[in-house]
Structures are given as C-alpha cells and as structure tokens.
Write a protein that binds this ligand. Structure first.
Ligand SMILES: [Ca+2]
Ligand SMILES: [Ca+2]
Ligand SMILES: [Ca+2]
Length: 280
C-alpha cells in the first residue's frame, strides 16, 4: 500500500469513527411504571392494592394494628435498545401523605416475580385480593406463595432516600441501581422489579406514594444510556441486516448511490455486497 493510500485510509477510518461516536451520544428516557402494588401484613395477609392510586412503605399506627406495608414497582425496558450501556438511573416517586417524620425508604431488587391484580381501595387498609394480586403471603393470589411471607428481596439496597413531608423524592443514581437496570436491559427475564421498604419498627412511619394508577404525579424512572453503534450494513435502519438491505445494494448496483455505497468509496459494488453478507 502506498503512503498516500495509507494516509487516505487512516483519515477515512478516523472520519468513520467520528460519525459513529456522534451517532452514539447518550440518550435519556423517562419511563412510567409497568406495574406497582403493596404487600400488607394484616392478620389475613390476603389484602391487596393492585389497582389502587397509591403504594405504601413502612409501618402504620396502632389504629391499623401496627401492620407493615411494602411497595413493589417494576418498569419495562423495551424502549432501550439491546446492547445499550446504562449510565444513570433515577427513580422518582411522589409522597402524598404521611403521619410523621423522616424515615429511610430503600429500594431492593425483588428476587421473584409478582403480580398486580384489580384490587382497589382508597387508603392503605387494602381490599380483598383479586386473582393475580401480590399479597403478603402470595406472589400471585391465590395460589403462588412467597417462600417467606412479605416478599423476597436482595439484602443490599440498590438506593435509599430519606422521605419526610409531601413532595417528590429521588432514589439514585447509584452504581447498584445502574447495575440493576443494565442487567434488565441485557436480560429482560431477570427484571422482577424492586421492593420499596420503609421503617418497619416505628409506628406511623408509613409513607404513601402515588402509583401508576393515580391521576397525576405517577412514578418515573429516568434512565440515561448510550445506544449501541449503528450497523452500517443495516442500510434501512430497521435493526436487522437482511434481504431488504441486500435489495437496496443490488438495486443501486454499479451506481454511486450514496445510500447503498456502504463503504463510501463512490461505487456500489461487490465490496458493499460483501459488507451486507458479512453482517447478515
Ligand atoms: Ca398498581
Ligand atoms: Ca435493514
Ligand atoms: Ca462502495
């Protein structure tokens, strides 16, 4: 290869990588929760709030029997392309009612799947569970129990927030919450959502958050990610290299059509065909 050809190739490669890095700038999406629910440790342990306007975390007062509430929340990551690198994750929840003080509410990965049925009640007392609801003793009411009542969560918190008066609260971004979402983008079957666990000792520590069913102030997950570099052989940009891309090359054969000229050498020829076939 002559020196000028080498220099030419070097600059071509540099220009190409510049184009690709411009195409892979970070993207931010705001996701609404796909499902959310509350586990209630009342004496029946078969009350639920699948379709309610709120999710709860913490311990209620004496009037509620001092029972516990644990929130569950899950998001759907189909809008994030496979191969993306997740760089930042923030969960935002609106706390709309509480009886007292500041309490830590931690976000922990759920280790098992759970459901959201149609049970509905105003307030945190709950309603009789409906089929598919998560309850204190069932992942899916009426016949798929948790191994241990109260849910199955990771030991370590992915993020924690100190929740006090009415308003928006944010969990993350932390290395753990980013790792959770990265895992779920890479392996959607591993996405079992998070538990939302408050103070389970102090009476009246329970916090009420707006659920996805609330009319406003719904849960939000703000995810920043870098999409994978585009494949130049995917000429029509539909995410797959197949006969459509091949037809575009063949249809422009022996021309200088810039769309089909994948390697930008001014010709649509066997080199472009080879690039498509190699990426098939
Ligand atoms: Ca719900
Ligand atoms: Ca294509
Ligand atoms: Ca070409």
């Amino acid at each position: 290869m002559s020196r000028s050809a080498w220099v030419c190739q070097f600059f071509f490669a540099t220009a190409l990588s510049l184009v690709f890095s411009l195409a892979t700038l970070a993207t931010t999406v705001t996701l609404g929760s796909a499902r959310d629910a509350t586990l209630i440790s009342d004496s029946s342990s078969q009350l639920a709030l699948g379709a309610a306007y709120n999710i709860y975390a913490g311990r209620v007062g004496d009037q509620g029997g001092g029972t516990l509430r644990r929130g569950l929340i899950q998001f759907n990551f189909q809008g994030i392309p496979p191969g993306s690198i997740v760089t930042s994750v923030q969960l935002k929840l609106y706390m709309s009612q509480a009886q007292s003080g500041a309490f830590a509410v931690s976000l922990k990965k759920s280790l098992l799947s759970w459901g959201e049925g149609t049970s509905f009640a105003f307030g945190g007392g709950g309603a009789p569970a409906k089929p598919g609801d998560a309850t204190w003793i069932n992942r899916f009411y009426p016949d798929v129990p948790w191994p241990t009542p109260g849910g199955e969560f990771s030991t370590a918190a992915s993020a924690s927030a100190n929740v006090n008066g009415v308003g928006w609260y944010t969990w993350g971004s932390t290395a753990r919450i980013v790792a959770d979402v990265q895992e779920w983008v890479d392996s959607p079957a591993m996405n079992l959502g998070w538990g939302l666990l408050g103070n389970e000792v102090v009476l009246q520590s329970a916090k009420r958050f707006e659920s996805r069913e609330a009319g406003s102030n719904n849960p939000q997950l703000i995810v920043m990610f870098t999409p994978p570099p585009a494949n130049p052989a995917d000429i029509n940009g539909d995410g797959v290299v197949n006969g459509i891309d091949l037809a575009i090359v063949l249809g422009a054969w022996d021309t200088s059509n810039p769309t089909a000229d994948i390697n930008n050498d001014g010709f649509v020829d066997g080199i472009d065909l080879a690039i498509v076939l190699a990426a098939w």
